[in-house]
Design a protein around this ligand. Sequence first.
Ligand code: GLC
Length: 563
Amino acid sequence: MTDRPPGLDDASSEPGGSASGRAWWHHAVGYAVYLRSFADADGDGIGDLAGVIERLDHLSALGVDLLWLTPFHPSPLADNGYDITDYYGVDPTLGDLETVRRLLDAAHRRSIRVVMDLVPNHTSNQHPWFRAALADPAGPERGYYLWRDPAPDGGPPNNWVSCFGGPAWTLDPGSGQYYLHLFLPEQPDLDWRNPAVADEFDAIIRFWLELGVDGFRIDVAQGLVKDAALRSNPQLAPWDPGQRREQQWAAFEHRYDIAQPETLDVFGRWRRLCDAYGAVLIGETYVLEADRYAAMLRGDGLDLGFWFGTMHAGWDAAALRHALAAPLQHVDDHRVIAWAASSLDEVRVATRLGGGEEGRRRALALATLLFCLPGVPFLYQGEELGLLEGIVAPESRTDPVGADVQQSRDGCRTPMPWAPGPNFGFSTAARTWLPDGGRRAEDTVAAQLGRDGSWLERYRALVALRRATPALRQGPFAWADLGHDALGAFHRGPWTVAANLGTEPVVAPVAGTVAFDSLGLAEVGAQVESITLAPAQAVVVATARASAVEGGPTTPDADRSAA
Ligand code: GLC
């Protein structure tokens, strides 16, 4: 393991921390780095691990202390790195093992923990295991994957569809059998009912824990174990492979392909490995039914699971309130919810909620709620700058998903804009792997850092308030009915958080001291009896009791020691 500074020691050395309530991640603010687009240190036009090291100060300044990196392993890039050929290796365009060590050291020195992406649902079809499985149907690797004979009509063995559209089965003409892939045909699914697969991943996990990583974000956590009999899913609507991918997926009830209870055994096995290292297990847990999402988080396996309902609600107060309430209603221990409004796979939140300045305002209003709800909030790179979806011309797209712009994920993956100038400071290359997305000088970190009222400064203030205020992380939670349908509001102990999720001003009967105002309309420290909230204005208010208990919003550092 790399040496950990004392700041990291106390929490990370506590095995089984999730049960004790003192696990470090409960207090964390997460940040997702899309590695290939964050910072390019070697000038080849592709972001890399050394680039992340160079930009760690940005994350420190933002107040982030949990960094999730997208995969850095060798990959033929059929799905931009989520198709892995060597789980122990580092893709040379992104760095090497020594760079990973340096990154861990540099992050730990800044009290930032580093979580790596673990992709256990599928490998690349170029992985030696799959090559062996194809070459020798009688060999041991064949059973690492899911093979079935064709249905009587010669078609796929069941009706499952790929998340990327089309059938989830591809025929191997050599053996005459189909293999399963919940994503691309180049991403064959592993058979998690085969103990040899579990053993392989135990070794992989141990390797990276020994190197010093602080945990894993588990890709497609909901998909690992499939129904033992691979039964067909109930069909809900007509399906045809020409439909948009979301529509194809929605044509079935996903009863047998995802969220199977046996998946919890896999998580439990990993939990035992991670406990000795104080490492966190964060599931992608992409299940939109809140009860099934909650089921993935039961048991002693995952410490956190991402909730995606927030990414499927538009600017509609009822829909947003429902998207926030659903996981809280179903999950037993609220601290396991990982909140996010943007990700490497979805249209950026500011665009999704309307675009332009209005979309940016709405995104921060939503973030204000997410940062104060029970659970752990995550930002996706550039969200703190108010970035809109990047513009990527058809000829520059790289995402295998979807030919049309609405399906392509390239727009949320364009390079991070650091400073005005060539490639907005992302790279010195003449050409970057994705174009800059049409950023403006004012979108950059350099333009926003230290500028009063910039998006970056507002997000920083929000992060700082959460970090400085134990009650906003741990205080008792209750929804607040402030008498108007457009408001989303709740209490955390003596604090009240309220956002106008509508399109008209609303008077919110919130009395106390303003600690945060997403639009900067009310002065921090101002005493209010009530607030007229503009559309997309969100506030955090300390009631009289909060001021007395926590030292009030004007002295946020005073209670840090209690955190
Ligand atoms: C996850 C990743 C996504 C990838 C997919 C298949 O959903 O976030 O980018 O395409 O898994 O690995």
